[in-house]
Design a protein around this ligand. Structure first.
Ligand SMILES: *Cc1c(COP(=O)(O)O)cnc(C)c1O
Length: 386
């Protein structure tokens, strides 16, 4: 079946006990056994809420189907999913990470994973040759994001999976910005796909959640154990809300992209804007890779203002439709300022080296009417000099 049909039906057959058409919210932490002999048999598939819940199973079945994966596991947050994934690497082994990383991933590696005795290094993953050179004999996992935050840069997943597999390492990718609607990394050879379902999959900025998708049964068994024992599971209600969000993923993503294109094209011809980063534009250095690797480029846009920090602050303080906040992927448009928000802990030189200039704005384009978003940016830009 096609994507939008699977989003609505995969894992969501009418409830076998009642016929309820919509997956019920199973608020229970315990499941009653028929007999003591049935105790270890887990006769109906469930024994305890941390181990499993029918609402969560429905979500996982749907997510696996959308990603084209044999297995999906839902977690209590994107970070919990990343934490479980990085725990596959043992002390003494090495993780090679892309330099362009979600800030939380960087902190998890530096403050939790490295102090446990796991080695870690960083590389510009846009160039597969640099990744090959940075691989060590004990590299067990390569961790990348594509597209990245905030510059919407891409990495070539097919090329990197060859590099990783040639050295016996797993390739894991944070595919949050793309969603399964625009990109299916497992089909390109990636071993583990991670999503923060807080973003587009939930889609309404009302839950925090994460997911991992894999094909390999052994990887699945290990990650399922980490979920059961580590316990970073989503509540049944969060699983239910995420499933409800996922039903409209296809329509939302098409609309996010249509609106983002309109805003990106308008920004690109605006004299106060120095540069627009959007893989759908021909000016994006990886436009060709985007066309090859993705079915669409999504709703994240970055724009660098000529007026630098003063111009950026003027715009941030004058938008009325855009919400000034972090996060992304909801139906509402969000404007954020990486220089003073997500990347503030890096030194100014390091921010610049990574392309995060003081005039850079990150736009998570929602599904409002593009004319209202453009008018909002236009009136806010009018307050900015240069
Ligand atoms: C938000 C985000 C995360 C972390 O997910 P949480 O749900 O906030 O824990 C990881 N990676 C990317 C790319 C994100 O945008």
């Amino acid at each position: 079946m096609e994507f939008s049909t699977r989003a609505i039906h995969a894992g969501q057959e009418p409830d076998p006990t009642t016929g309820a058409t919509v997956t019920p919210l199973y608020l229970t932490s315990v499941y009653t056994y028929d007999t003591i002999e049935g105790y270890s048999a887990v006769s109906k598939g469930y024994d305890y809420g941390r181990h499993g819940n029918p609402t969560r199973t429905a979500l996982e079945t749907c997510l696996a189907s959308l990603e084209g994966a044999a297995h999906a596991l839902a977690f209590s947050s994107g970070m919990a999913a990343i934490d479980a994934c990085l725990r596959l690497v043992k002390p003494g082994e090495h993780i090679l990470l892309a330099e362009d990383l979600y800030g939380g991933t960087y902190r998890l590696v530096e403050e939790v994973i490295r102090p446990m005795g796991v080695e870690a290094g960083y590389v510009d993953a846009r160039d597969a040759n640099l990744v090959a050179e940075a691989m060590l004999p004990n590299t067990r996992m390569v961790w990348v994001e594509t597209p990245t935050n905030p510059l919407v840069r891409l990495v070539d997943l097919a090329a990197l999976s060859e590099v990783a597999h040639a050295r016996g390492a797993w390739l894991a990718v944070d595919s949050t910005f793309a969603t399964p609607f625009f990109q299916n990394p497992l089909a390109l050879g990636v071993d583990i796909v991670m999503h923060s379902t807080t973003k587009y999959l939930g889609g309404h900025s009302d839950i925090v959640g994460g997911a991992l998708m894999v094909n390999d049964p052994e990887l699945h068994a290990r990650l399922a154990l980490l979920s059961r024992i580590g316990g970073a599971i989503p509540s049944p209600f969060d699983a239910w809300l995420t499933l409800r969000g996922v039903k409209t993923l296809a329509v939302r993503m098409r609309e996010h992209e249509r609106v983002a294109f309109a805003v990106a094209m308008w920004l690109e011809q605006n004299p106060k804007v120095a540069r627009v980063h959007y893989p759908g534009l021909e000016s994006h250095p990886q436009h060709a890779l985007a066309k090859r690797q993705m079915r669409g480029v999504g709703g994240m846009v970055a724009a660098e203002l000529k007026g630098g920090e003063a111009a950026a602050r003027a715009v941030l303080n004058h938008v009325k439709v855009f919400a000034l906040t972090g996060s992304l992927g909801g139906v509402e448009s969000i404007l954020s300022y990486p220089w003073a928000m997500s990347h503030v802990t890096l030194s100014p030189d390091e921010r610049r080296r990574r392309g995060v200039e003081d005039g850079l704005l990150r736009l998570s384009i929602g599904i409002e009417d593009p004319r209202d978003l453009i008018a909002d940016l236009e009136q806010a830009l009018e307050t900015a000099l240069a």
